[in-house]
Design a protein around this ligand. Structure first.
Ligand code: NAP
Length: 278
C-alpha cells in the first residue's frame, strides 16, 4: 500500500473548505492566517507561496508579511504583538529558519499559544507531552493521519522513530504514545540503528540522510513513514530506500508525494481549529 499524501491532503483540504464555507454562511467570518517571512532564502519563499495558495483555495484569508534579512528582532516582536491582538487573525506563523541575529526562541515564545498554528510554542509542546489538548505541529500530525490510513488501531504497536528533533521526532513520539504505541526514539548516537529499526511495526524516518533505511532494516508487513527530504543529483529522495523497502512492507509513503503535502494541509487544519477555538 502506497500512502498517497497528495490524495489524502486533497481530501483533507476539501473537508476544510466545506467547513469554512458553512461557517462563512452562518457567521460571515472566515479564518485568517498571517505568515511572517524574513529574508530571501529560496526554499522558505517556495514554502510560503504554497501555504498562501493553499490557504486561499480553502477560504482562509491569508497575508504574507515580508521583511528584509536585516530587519531588527524588535520589529518582528512588535508585529507579532499586533497580530496577537488582531481578532481577524486566527493563526500566526513565522517561517523558519531565521537570520542569525534573530532569536528563534524569543520569536516562538512571543506568539500567542492559541494562535500558534505551527505548534512550536512551549505551552503547546508541554500540553502535547502532558496529553492535554494542544496545537499539534503540522508534519507530525500529517504523519499520524497517514499511519491511521494504514492501521486504525495502533495500541501495542512498536513504533521506532529515527530522529529526535523538536520539529519532528519528539512530537511524533508524543503523538504515538498517546495512541498507546510502545515508542523508541533513535538518533545519531544510537549504537545499532539497523537492529533497532528491525523491531518496528511502525518506522518513522525523520533524519535528512538520503536512502538511510535499507531493505534489510525493516520488518515484514510494517508501516514506513518517510519524513526526509533530500536532494540527490537534482532529484528529491527520502530517508528510506523506497525501491528496496516497498515490496516488503504493509504500507509506505513515497517521497515526494507522501508526508510533504500533508504538512501544508495540516497547517490549514490547525488554522481552522484555532479559529473555531476562539
Ligand atoms: P534535524 O533537526 O536535523 O534532526 C535530524 C535527526 O536525525 C537528529 O535527531 C539526528 O540525531 C538524527 N540523525 C542524523 N543523522 C543520523 C544518522 N546517520 N543516523 C541516525 N540518526 C541520525 O532534522 P528535522 O528538522 O527533524 O528534519 C528531518 C528531515 O525531515 C529533513 O530531511 C527535513 O528536510 C525533513 N522535513 C520534512 C518535512 C515534510 O513536510 N516532509 C518537514 C520538516 C522536515 P542527533 O540528534 O543525534 O543529531
Amino acid at each position: 500500500m502506497i500512502l498517497d499524501g497528495k490524495k489524502e491532503a486533497a481530501l483533507l483540504r476539501e473537508e476544510i473548505k466545506k467547513e469554512i464555507l458553512e461557517i462563512k454562511k452562518k457567521t460571515n467570518q472566515s479564518p485568517g492566517l498571517s505568515v511572517i517571512l524574513i529574508g530571501d532564502f529560496a526554499p522558505s519563499q517556495i514554502y510560503v507561496k504554497n501555504k498562501e495558495k493553499n490557504s486561499k483555495e480553502v477560504g482562509i484569508t491569508s497575508e504574507v508579511i515580508k521583511y528584509s534579512k536585516e530587519v531588527k528582532e524588535s520589529e518582528i516582536l512588535e508585529k507579532i504583538e499586533e497580530l496577537n491582538n488582531n481578532n481577524s487573525v486566527s493563526g500566526i506563523l513565522v517561517q523558519l529558519p531565521l537570520p542569525a541575529h534573530i532569536s528563534k526562541e524569543k520569536i516562538i515564545n512571543a506568539i500567542k499559544p492559541s494562535k500558534d498554528v505551527d505548534g512550536f510554542h512551549p505551552m503547546n509542546v508541554g500540553n502535547l507531552s502532558s496529553g492535554y489538548k494542544a496545537i499539534i505541529p503540522c508534519t507530525p500530525l500529517g504523519c499520524l493521519l497517514l499511519i491511521k490510513k494504514a492501521e486504525k488501531n495502533l495500541t501495542g504497536k512498536h513504533a521506532v522513530i529515527i530522529g529526535r528533533s523538536n520539529l519532528n521526532g519528539k512530537p511524533i513520539a508524543q503523538l504515538l504514545l498517546k495512541e498507546d504505541c510502545t515508542v523508541s526514539i533513535v538518533h545519531s548516537k544510537t549504537k545499532d540503528l539497523k537492529s533497532e529499526c528491525q523491531k518496528a511495526d511502525i518506522l518513522i524516518a525523520a533524519v535528512g540522510v538520503a536512502n538511510l533505511v535499507k531493505g534489510d532494516w525493516v520488518k515484514k508487513d510494517s508501516i514506513i513513514i518517510d519524513v526526509g527530504i533530500n536532494k540527490v543529483a537534482d532529484k528529491i529522495v527520502g530517508d528510506v530506500d523506497f525501491e528496496q523497502v516497498k515490496n516488503k512492507v504493509k504500507a509506505i509513503t513515497p517521497v515526494p508525494g507522501g508526508v510533504g503535502p500533508m504538512t501544508i494541509a495540516c497547517l490549514l487544519k490547525n488554522t481552522l481549529d484555532c479559529f473555531k477555538a476562539r
